[in-house]
Design a protein around this ligand. Structure first.
Ligand code: GRG
Length: 302
């Protein structure tokens, strides 16, 4: 690999993917929120979308379509939907009634900048548009759109992300719980949408059923790995690097991977989850970019 270590080769590939795909994504990201009567809600939505997230979910969606031999254009509406859904979840997670955060993506959170009511409405507006952008993409066969919409609804609703958020909030009042319960929270709160990112990309790209199964399984492990790394970064990094407050989990006495297994145990669990993701990815027709992203995400610093 040109004398590069595997990690460096992955980073190079990820950078190339970002260079070629982010312009496509960014060109469409805010266009649905530019013309409307509720000007301030539109501003709040654009503020949060443009605050500079890593775009992990939309990138995984586009690359999943490519991994089954489709063009990224086939998955673009899915990628937008995932980023809208994810951004809504962050806006609502930061609200005083939930995590009560003042810093997100390196900027004041949406409710700090626009007020609580407008932040709630911005999240609601983003969530609705996530489904609208998928449903209205006439360039995708209707049956694929319907499947993608169902996947997004399941991943984000009460059987997925909303349920995980509820269990997480309730867990703050629970004296102690173990690894199984923590895995359930992570699988629902973070894992479901990451898994859906790969699966929706595959569905929109017309994946055969074995490739779709591989994307689903790989996505589940990637989601777990992503959340374990999030736990590790919360315990070891700082707000300037991450663009959000750190140490909050420990401050609230929350159970996390480092709290349960220690830092070394958490790092081992991260490596295992990543390895499992890689195992499933290798059966795809064109797995190279997704493999690079799996390795890159395991070592991410933000
Ligand atoms: C409010 C229904 C509802 C759900 C919120 C996603 C979530 C559920 C809460 C966010 C809390 C959190 C820190 C979860 C850990 C993993 C995670 C989703 C981190 C943020 O995602 P990144 O790192 O963010 O991809 P960027 O800003 O880069 O897009």
């Amino acid at each position: 690999m040109n004398g590069q270590t595997p990690a460096t080769a992955s980073e190079t590939r990820v950078k190339q993917d970002l260079d070629r795909l982010l312009p496509l994504l960014n060109a469409k990201l805010t266009s649905r929120f530019e013309h409307g009567e509720a000007v301030r809600v539109g501003e709040a939505i654009r503020y949060s979308l443009e605050a500079g997230g890593k775009r992990v979910r939309p990138m995984l969606c586009l690359l999943a379509a490519e991994s089954v031999g489709a063009s990224v254009e086939m998955a673009l509406s899915g990628a937008l939907a995932l980023e809208y859904l994810h951004t809504y979840s962050l806006i609502h997670d930061d609200l005083p009634a939930m995590d009560d955060d003042d810093l997100r993506r390196g900027k004041p959170t949406c409710h700090v900048a626009f007020g609580e009511a407008h932040a709630i409405l911005a999240g609601d507006g983003l969530q609705a548009e996530a489904f609208a952008v998928l449903a209205s993409d006439a360039s995708i066969p209707a049956d694929r759109r319907v499947e993608a919409i169902i996947l997004l609804a399941e991943a984000s609703g009460w059987l997925g992300m909303v349920g995980g958020q509820a269990l997480d909030l309730e867990g703050e009042a629970v004296e102690s719980y173990g690894l199984d319960h923590l895995k359930t929270i992570h699988r629902l709160k973070t894992g479901a949408l990451l898994r859906a990112s790969l699966e929706i990309g595959g569905v929109l790209g017309g994946a055969e059923s074995c490739s779709r199964g591989a994307l689903r399984s790989a996505g589940a492990y990637l989601g777990l790995a992503f959340q374990i790394q999030d736990d590790i970064l919360d315990a070891t990094s700082d707000a300037v690097t991450l663009g959000k407050r750190t140490g909050k989990d420990a401050g609230k006495g929350k159970i996390t991977y480092p709290a349960l297994l220690g830092l070394d145990g958490a790092r081992q669990a991260l490596a295992d989850a990543t390895e499992n993701a890689l195992c499933h990815l290798q059966s795809l027709p064109k797995p190279e970019s997704l493999e690079a992203w799996a390795r890159y995400l395991a070592g991410r610093k933000v």
